[in-house]
Design a protein around this ligand. Structure first.
Ligand code: HAM
Length: 441
């Protein structure tokens, strides 16, 4: 082979190597237009209900100081120990991509002086969260939460209201086969006495525990209760239950929450092993579980009361309670249910063109129609008139506005009634007015 040709081939080979496609980061996913329709459905319904319940929207940054989560979520939790995307900036600030929204909202409550607002302060939020978890079905490294929090009221009725709103959102979305798992993990005082009891119990069974539980026994014994290892689950069945060791105020609070739920006819399951994986909780904790087709249950969302968080982050003593759900999990549940959303987008008119000159005119006409609030579709690619008319049908358009080579020269437009097939030629300057008149008629 001649040398020049060989060299050319080498260059081509190198170039080809350079342009190998870049893949998405593990555990993350693109949300494409057909899926967005489902996301809009989930988010718009959730926003509407939050607004009806008197919540105002808040947005907090994705990046927060790492210390916020170390102090708020807890140093000994899985999230902070193993799952955060953290880094140091050029200015030596230690930052993390938020693994959840509650700690950021508590920071914002303090920083924006919300304790001076009329209480309680009711906020809702949505957005991406990041956890370095092992990706699997329904578990991503970037996922989205929709959540709401109420700051400044410790009444049991507020816990019930949060649970009610969570329940209502799922009903509204059409996810009805759910149950509320609920527990109380008490306050700092009664919990610490209970933790001692639990430690004593687990120490007697230490040989039956997995490595993770052995390690956590000292720092975070509550978490042993919801370990998913078979042998640990066995040990947990006879563990002392916190419900039997709540102090009187915590006991009364929990009793009241349950009475409110009974009153509004929300069915719940008392789950003494539900402790949640974040350290800020006190008293009520709950999750919304969905019964899945394999007979198991998966968690769509979780929440609870966190009366100590604001103070722990440097604010005044402020009781609070909230909930969030995973948007991906909810969207996937709706897909499994075969939800049908109306994909067909209607365009009142569809612009059809033939030739370069006509294409330029179409651009201007499209602009005029949009400015006059007429929904218009177009196909600026080089399709035949026949295929463009097929698209007009697909968009359910009442009229096709056709500009061929002749019309482009004459500065006219053919208005074609898509139902009757009747066509009429009008001058370009009056086409918007004519279309409006016909749409009204
Ligand atoms: P969480 O239980 O850690 O609670 O997360 C809430 C929901 O986010 C989960 O039930 C799940 O639907 C979704 N989720 C969590 N991790 C992932 C993941 N890796 N991939 C997909 N979805 C996920 C919290 O984050 C608390 N901030 C909830 C709260 C609000 N508590 C009080 N207020």
């Amino acid at each position: 082979m001649p040398r020049v040709k060989k060299q050319q081939q080498e260059v081509k080979k190198k170039r080809r190597k350079k342009t190998s496609p870049i893949q998405i980061v593990k555990g993350m996913k693109d949300i494409l237009p057909p899926e967005q329709l489902l996301w809009d459905y989930v988010l718009e319904n959730s926003r509407k209900l939050c607004k009806d319940f008197g919540f105002g929207r808040i947005e907090t940054p994705i990046l927060e100081r790492t210390e916020l989560f170390q102090r708020g979520v807890g140093d000994n939790t899985d999230i902070v120990e193993k799952e955060m995307f953290s880094f140091e900036t050029q200015g030596k600030d230690k930052l993390s991509m938020r693994p959840e929204g509650t700690a950021g909202l508590a920071r914002a409550y303090i920083e924006n002086g919300m304790s001076r607002w009329s209480q309680p302060v009711k906020l809702y939020y949505e957005g991406p969260m990041f956890r370095y978890e092992k990706p699997q079905a329904g578990r991503y490294r970037q996922f989205h939460q929709f959540g709401f929090e109420i700051f400044g009221d410790d009444d049991a009725a507020i816990d019930a209201q949060v649970i009610y709103l969570a329940w209502k959102i799922f009903q509204k979305l059409g996810i009805k086969d759910i149950n509320i798992q609920i527990n109380s993990i008490g306050c700092v005082e009664c919990r610490s006495a209970y933790k001692k009891l639990l430690r004593d119990y687990y120490e007697m069974k230490i040989n039956k525990l997995c490595m993770d539980c052995k390690r956590r026994l000292d720092s975070n014994p509550l978490r042993l209760l919801d370990c998913k290892e078979e042998k640990c689950m066995q040990v947990a069945t006879s563990a002392p239950q916190i419900i039997d060791h709540l102090c009187v105020p915590c006991h009364d609070h929990f009793k009241n929450v349950l009475e409110f739920l009974d009153e509004i006819e929300i069915t719940y399951v008392l789950n003494s092993r539900l402790v949640r994986g974040l350290d800020y909780y006190s008293r009520t904790v709950f999750e919304v579980w969905e019964n899945n087709s394999e007979g198991g249950q998966s968690s769509l969302g979780g929440g609870g009361r966190y009366d100590g968080l604001v103070e722990m982050l440097g604010g005044e003593e402020t009781p609070a309670v909230g909930f969030s759900f995973g948007v991906e999990r909810v969207a996937e549940s709706l897909l499994r249910k075969g939800i049908q959303l109306n994909h067909s987008v209607k365009k009142e008119v569809f612009l059809v063109q033939l030739g370069d000159k006509a294409r330029k005119k179409i651009l201007r006409l499209f602009d005029k129609l949009i400015d006059s609030n007429i929904t218009a579709g177009e196909s600026l690619g080089r399709g035949s008139i026949k295929s463009q008319l097929r698209m007009a049908n697909k968009f359910n358009s009442r009229f096709a506005l056709i500009i061929g080579q002749k019309e482009a020269l004459d500065d006219t437009v053919i208005i074609r009634d898509m139902e009757s097939g009747m066509q009429e030629v009008v001058v370009m300057d009056s086409v918007v007015k004519e279309v409006k008149k016909r749409l009204k008629g």
